[in-house]
Design a protein. Structure first.
Ligand SMILES: NC(=O)c1ccc[n+]([C@@H]2O[C@H](COP(=O)([O-])OP(=O)(O)OC[C@H]3O[C@@H](n4cnc5c(N)ncnc54)[C@H](O)[C@@H]3O)[C@@H](O)[C@H]2O)c1
Length: 258
């Protein structure tokens, strides 16, 4: 019988905005397993809410403000993580953004700026966070990001975010290869639709959720907690033989043809 005990392990979770954030649910699971956490939120506007949320955790986390478009903020976030923890064992990247006009209407109309912003925030940021985290992962580590099946198949309205997720998934494989010799594993969860701030921006999200529930083998939508539990598995030593994987947590929707 194996239980997940993360006491003595340090994790950094990027992308908590509110109680619906996938990152928040992963943070709760890691905290519940005994890990010490750094939690990063995007900007001042989110600070109070995130501060209030984290009072629910068993161990008070190190709270960090970090906009991934600002390289200085990213560097200073990791400097603070290094000072506080010394060694980092786990990193969670749960960040995505595209301009509203680029996640509805014709994909063909996507402008250079919209393309740049979506790819920079949703895909380049992963590389950036991993680069900063690796020097702190002296004992090896496990890194996780969140993706969506629009990287492979067309979901109308997902548009540029599908392009960004394709890039992100390629980064998972490339980094898994590069960091394997240091015993640092890199994986992604490809989640089914969940009600979050980011998801509400996707045109047709309500239909997407309904159709997933109707057609998936499990005949329902997934829960935030199911993603968090799979994250716990991928971030812990229980998955020590797994790297470069994109794990679908989608009630099986990805296998269905019709
Ligand atoms: N909700 C879903 O249905 C679903 C499904 C599959 C994958 N995902 C992915 O899960 C991840 C988390 O999204 P979520 O659904 O929890 O929504 P969310 O809105 O709670 O999280 C998105 C996070 O990205 C952060 N962010 C955006 N721009 C940023 C920037 N410049 N710097 C720092 N942080 C920034 C936001 O502040 C927020 O915390 C995303 O990668 C999303 O694509 C979500």
């Amino acid at each position: 019988m194996h239980t997940i005990d993360l006491s003595g392990k340090n994790g950094a979770v990027f992308g908590v905005a509110n109680e619906w954030s996938i990152a928040w649910h992963i943070a709760q699971a890691l905290d519940g397993a005994g890990a010490r956490l750094a939690i990063a939120y995007q900007n001042q506007r989110l600070r109070e809410r995130v501060e209030r949320l984290t009072t629910q955790l068993r161990q008070p986390p190190l709270l960090l403000q970090c906009d991934v478009q600002n390289e200085e903020e990213v560097a200073s976030a990791f400097a603070r993580i290094g000072e506080a923890f010394g060694t980092l064992h786990m990193l969670v990247h749960s960040i995505a953004y595209a301009q509203r006009e680029d996640i509805s209407g014709a994909f063909l109309k996507t402008r250079r700026e919209g393309f740049r912003i979506a790819l920079e925030v949703s895909a380049y940021s992963f590389l950036l966070l991993v680069r900063e985290a690796v020097p702190l992962m002296r004992e090896g580590g496990s890194i996780l990001t969140l993706t969506f099946q629009a990287s492979q198949r067309v979901f109308p309205g997902y548009n540029i975010m599908g392009t960004a997720k394709a890039a992100l998934e390629q980064e998972v494989r490339q980094l898994a290869y590069e960091l394997g010799p240091q015993n640092i594993r890199v994986n992604a969860i490809s989640a089914g639709p969940l009600d979050t701030l980011a998801a509400r921006g996707i045109h047709g999200f309500v239909d997407m959720k309904r159709i997933h529930a109707e057609r998936s083998p499990l005949k329902r939508n997934i829960t935030h907690q199911e993603v968090a539990q799979s994250a716990l598995f991928l971030l812990s030593d229980l998955s020590s033989g797994v790297t470069g994987a994109i794990l679908p947590v989608d009630a099986g929707y990805h296998i269905v043809g019709l």
